[in-house]
Ligand binder design. Sequence first.
Ligand SMILES: [Zn+2]
Length: 211
Amino acid sequence: MAETALVLKETLIAQPTTGIAFEVKQGQVLRVVLVEGPQVVDFDVFNSDNLKERFSSSVTRSNHGAHLTKGHTLTSIPPYLNPMFTITDDTVAHKANPQGTISHDLLFGRCNWRVRKEAYNSDSNGCQENIAGVIAKYGLEPEDVHDPLNIFMTTALNEAGKPIFIDPDAVAGDYLELQAEMNCLVAASICPGRSSGPVPHIVHFEIYERS
Ligand SMILES: [Zn+2]
């Protein structure tokens, strides 16, 4: 197949610690772009034509391992098991690290008010609450938030088998590019947790069509 050019249709800008929801049509291409610096993005996906069908962290982890990159597919929960997005580019330099950490995590779930209370003594929203807030207008409930792909989160298992994270390997200018394999509702949180590094940053979501 001949190479096709990507034509930018829309750029959505998400502020630190907020949630954002938007649709990506089948065949469109989404870039999740760091424009200022590193930032973890908790990335949930629903089939926008059947909101019961949503991303499965565990099925995708079984298929590809605990970290995703170019060529990997985000798969939906059973009984559907359909491709939702295919990762078509990943600019992050996956740096060698004695702890074995790698970017784009499927080990962790999503942070939430209880984690934030225990870790930071903070009464504030985590990614669970951010995503619940932006899916409400689609008729979805807090229980519909699911374990995400943690884009740019850099993680490993320690010697005890427990998930750990370090500051992201990703830098300003890096992006993850995903092609929609169905009509998708994306619900993402610009994670307020410490895994993004010491300073939170805005994230651009760029939607492209192939010419
Ligand atoms: Zn979070």
